[in-house]
Design a protein around this ligand. Structure first.
Ligand SMILES: *Cc1c(COP(=O)(O)O)cnc(C)c1O
Length: 480
């Protein structure tokens, strides 16, 4: 399997998986996609159903990932999957179990990993892939990232204790929940540096961009990223769509998935799974008040927002002004026309802040071919769903999951629907207390994390301060 940029119009040969793994964004500014989606038939699905029941999630992950990766020997890839999805690292050894609510809606539990959010599902694999490939190339990497909460802790739990990786993670000072802060700042690892910036999340992202724009500095310190545009993260997420279907459907009937969406990474993986032949009826995209994506699927117009128009909500991991993974879906909509994608995302978004695909035939047919339907929720909707699910089933769902549950319950999609649970409620306990008037019970592994010593450096809002930290921290610059 070879990978090509969404903006490539050369028709030239694609790149092998392990090259794009460490690179992230393509040099032309596009995102990598496999040249084609591998196809899975009914016999394969039947075989995988027995496999996942007998041998667990890691075995299924190996099967699915083998279709996308041909430059890692099978034995090594199997080891990578077994380490990434070792049952003991997850609160439930099934890794991604399912459960059913009394109204028939299913939940796919994706937040049993070390950081209690679904980002672990991809990040745990990415950590193992990085370690493997850096070892093979005998090199190191410095991960520089910005987080508003979930990405930072998922990345740090996945990369800690990996000797070839240093991490510098920027977060806006005092703006994460106390639990999120405790999760990150309690990590005691000399190669992980938490940096609390005196600013907001956008400031943190600007600092990362500014440092990345200095090509010399970037090369000298081998700066890399683990953000959601990395193909490997998306690929890892494809696996749990298969896992859910294999656990729930005992014949060939299709399921629909309701996905709480921000950067379009989670649901893009659903689109890939459907394109591979997994029987999916609808992909139900749920947004919160930041409804950029709902607007696109309703009108055909994609209009990115400014920070003034971006709302702070009770499902903060979905508070986005543009959806960084969306370009991948648009590439498929326009038939992988790289020049067209470059024009839409490179020129039109930069110059006009919007583009309009409502006239595109493929957009009008998309419901039939791709199956997307969308809806959005308000704060009151989310509180209502948290209350309903608790009173009917005694189950506490987090506010992001509540977005998906709200939209799933209001859409009247026929057949079986699975809502993706993307975080444990303990991460957003303030909203749960607001909805239910109770304290969220906390899994024992997180007991007392707020009381552990904090490892965090506070800096002014400036790239210079961050640069200096990267320069002076141990294990840094390479001489060649
Ligand atoms: C990141 C995140 C989302 C949004 O996922 P995307 O892939 O960005 O669409 C939803 N819920 C939680 C809890 C998250 O951490």
């Amino acid at each position: 399997m070879r990978y090509v940029s969404t903006r490539d119009s050369s028709g030239g040969p694609g790149r092998p998986f392990c090259d794009i793994l460490l690179e992230g964004l393509a040099p032309d500014g596009g995102l990598y996609l496999p040249e084609h989606y591998p196809q899975v038939d009914g016999d394969t699905l039947a075989r995988w159903r027995s496999l996942v029941r007998a041998d667990g999630y890691a075995a299924l992950a190996f099967e699915v990932l083998s279709l996308f990766i041909d430059d890692i020997p099978a034995g090594d890839l199997r080891g990578i999957c077994e380490r990434a999805y070792a049952p003991h690292k997850f609160l439930d050894p099934a890794v991604a179990p399912v459960s059913q609510l009394s109204d028939g809606l299913w939940l796919l539990h994706l937040s049993n990993g070390p950081s209690a959010a679904f980002k672990d599902m991809a990040m745990q694999l990415l950590g193992e892939l990085f370690e493997y490939e850096l070892e093979r190339r005998d090199t190191t990497i410095t991960i520089l990232g910005a987080t508003s909460g979930d990405t930072g802790s998922a990345a740090e739990y996945a990369l800690m204790g990996k000797p070839r990786v240093r991490v510098f993670m920027l977060s806006p000072q005092g703006r994460m929940t106390p639990f999120q802060q405790a999760q990150m700042f309690s990590i005691d690892d000399p190669s992980i540096t938490n940096i609390a910036v005196d600013g907001v999340f956008d400031d943190c992202q600007d600092i990362v961009k500014e440092i990345n724009a200095d090509a010399g500095f970037k090369a000298r310190h081998r700066i890399g990223a683990v953000n959601s545009i990395n193909w490997a993260r998306l690929m890892a997420q494809v696996v749990y769509y298969f896992a859910a279907w294999l656990q729930i459907a005992d014949d060939d009937r299709p399921l629909s998935f309701a996905v709480p969406s921000g950067n379009f990474g989670n649901i893009a993986a659903g689109h890939v799974a459907k394109s591979m032949g997994l029987p999916i009826h609808r992909l139900i995209l749920a947004t919160n008040e930041n409804n950029v994506l709902d607007e696109f699927f309703t009108t055909g117009v994609y209009r990115i927002r400014g920070s003034a128009e971006t709302h702070e909500t009770s499902s903060p991991s979905m508070d986005i002004s543009k959806a960084s993974n969306f370009e991948r879906y648009v590439a498929d909509l326009v038939g992988r026309d790289g020049a067209r994608v470059a024009d839409l995302f490179g020129r039109q978004l930069r110059e006009e802040g919007r583009f309009d695909l409502s006239e595109l035939r493929a957009f009008r047919d998309q419901l039939e071919t791709h199956g997307f339907v969308t809806g959005s929720s308000t704060h009151a909707d989310r509180l209502g769903q948290i209350r309903r699910t608790y009173s009917e089933d005694g189950v506490i769902i987090d506010p992001h999951t509540a977005d998906a549950v709200q939209v799933a319950r209001s859409m009247q999609v026929c057949g079986t629907v699975v809502a993706l649970e993307t975080a444990l409620p303990v991460k957003f306990s303030g909203t749960i207390t607001e909805a239910l008037g109770i304290e969220v019970p906390r899994p024992a592994v997180f007991d007392g994390i707020e009381d552990l010593p904090r490892h965090v450096v506070e800096v002014a809002c400036s790239a210079t301060a961050v640069r200096e930290m990267i320069e002076t921290a141990p294990g840094g610059a390479v001489s060649e």
